[in-house]
Design a protein. Structure first.
Lengths: 206, 206, 206, 206
DNA sequence: AATGAATGAGGGTTCATTCAT
DNA sequence: AATGAATGAACCCTCATTCAT
């Protein structure tokens, strides 16, 4: 393993080191998106990246660490975008719509990332056999969505309902939208997002 | 390969043969539910069933045939139950609620089956590399749900909306409910189902 | 194992037992001829015979014993025929020709046996890894052929030469004739046999 | 798979890679010669070579590729030698003798190769179940031998006869010589070769 | 006499990982 | 920093053999 803990408590990596990791992560995303998690061997990823198999092991402690980094780099970018889009929006209804439309908009240009994330979330497991990104890894998302819904309830925009159920439903509906789109490339993602936002909104208002 | 096609065009198996297959399928369901599709090796399944690895090969032409039978036996039972519960229900709103509550009720006692089905649907691949249960596995469900929604629209119970988006959302919401429940065993599944039915209904009515 | 040693020192088997063994041997011959020794599993042979796998093990101590019996039954029939045809022939040249033509004539109607014999001779091995029917098993044939050639030399029909080399060559030439014919079914076996007899004869006479 | 096609259309391999392949091929030859094709497992070959089983898979795409390479490396060397020895020989009778003596001479030091070749020719099968080196493997030899005989007929050295039968007989006689010698190590191979050449020659001349 | 069920060893292959260079 | 060679474990599958019925 190359990365070391620097004096600031952060992982410190050379520029070249970071570039290699990024390159490997990008190759991993493509391969996973194309052939699925199970078939995404290090050999395949290395070939796609145009490097040797050993180099991946050199830069990553193991396959798991690579997968985690794929998630971190990919997922981080999405969150960044969505949070930016929601900045300044004031009504709960608009926040809800914005969340759905924003993530849909971002994903339209990042289909491979979407597919890869789904594969990793659903397949990457810890040593104990449990999913590394279990439903628990959604907790963060649920909390964020619950904030929106609770906010809407506090302003009177939304009726009373179980916000956790709503958050789970919301999250799953968005994921399913992507899943359907991934399976049906001709599907109109934006229209789906608009319809979905409508459904969610109607389910909340009085 | 054990099974053969009898004169009636049905698979004809001895009682003992069928019992073994059922036992192996049951073990497979448990193992897949616990450790996921990729880690569900025949060795693991055999050990769980308390039999030798070779015996699985004796009763099934291959791992794929076993997986397909897991789906057939498990999925068939669910559909049977839900269809039975929906028999005689007349309003679209009640059909919708019944569907959600019925499958939730059934699943409460069949958590492993649920998990295993999801794993197989998402991972079992054909020789060509494509998912064996691709879109088709959901397509069937989508069609069934669309019927309910279209029926509601025809009677005026439901407003106009895109039934495919609704079906995808509905299906995913139910799945997510199970997923959440699987990850949080103390979660109140029935209450969740009731809340979810409310949300779906409100999203549909005028 | 069923067979037992009777009071006369011969293996005594019931009629039904013998019939079963014959049936299994026949099936083995067909299967070996079709798919080769390595692919001729007991399962395949049993299926061909229309019986269960276990029954073969019931009648034969093991696969090896079955193979040995295939050879005995098949090979014995050939020898019987050839010996009969050579009865009464008086000149060495005629004996030589008769031997070649007789075995060729017999084989024309017993291609499967021919193929199976070749497969077993070339592949059946003892526990020590050595061929069960090695070149040594040809010794019997060599001796018989040497008799012919030595007889010819004693009568002055044939010149002096190394009879062992001649016997080895003769035997191999006949085998190769069958091998070529087995690979080229349209090949004229009888013409080949005539030509071969000519060659052998010319090689011997002064 | 290691080997790749270089810019010159030739397989380009590193020195070390080629050495390993040669080592593995050598081990395969020995094992096949000793225990036969069917028992020559990769595990056995690897153990003989003093390497791990996986390394064979690393250097060869599969067992079949290894077997093909065994044939290529081994068979090529024989042909090279024999062709060289026959260079410049002018009479058909001398060509015939030279062929027999040359291959016999070469084989004296390459018994295992001979055995291994025979095993592979007779057992290596394609996916469709047919022998990979079927008639074709002999056909090449037959053609070459026929040339000699036809040449002799054209010069009047040899009488008229069926050259294909002669070629088949010639080839089989040489093979049998090796087989006999392999089974009887004390046998005088060179004398046998000389006698055989005599026989073949006498069979051809007027 | 005959079956079907069951085992266990061994087959070839894939793959993450390690390591010398 | 990077490679290619090498390992060993685990994978699915085949098969001769055994055994209760």
């Amino acid at each position: 393993m190359r990365s070391e803990i620097g004096p600031d408590g952060q992982k410190s990596r050379s520029f070249i080191e970071d570039a290699r990791r990024a390159q490997i992560v990008a190759a991993a995303v493509e391969v996973i998106a194309e052939v699925g998690f199970a078939q995404a061997s290090l050999a395949r990823i290395a070939k796609r990246a145009g490097i040797s198999k050993g180099l991946i092991s050199y830069h990553f402690a193991g396959k798991d660490e690579l997968m985690v980094e794929v998630v971190e780099r990919t997922y981080g970018a999405i969150v960044e975008r969505v949070v930016a889009d929601m900045q300044g929006v004031e009504s709960a209804r608009q926040l809800l719509r914005t969340q759905v439309m924003s993530v849909a908009g971002y994903m339209r240009g990042h289909r491979s990332e979407l597919k890869a994330l789904g594969e990793i979330f659903g397949n990457l497991r810890d040593a104990d056999g449990g999913l590394h990104y279990g439903i628990k890894s959604n907790e963060e998302i649920y909390r964020a969505l619950e904030q929106i819904y609770r906010f809407g309830q506090s302003t009177g925009e939304f009726r009373e309902f179980d916000v956790r159920v709503m958050a789970v439903t919301h999250s799953a509906s968005v994921d399913a939208m992507f899943g359907y789109w991934a399976a049906n490339p001709d599907h109109d993602l934006e229209a789906h997002a608009r319809h979905l936002a409508d459904l969610l909104e109607r389910a909340c208002v009085t």
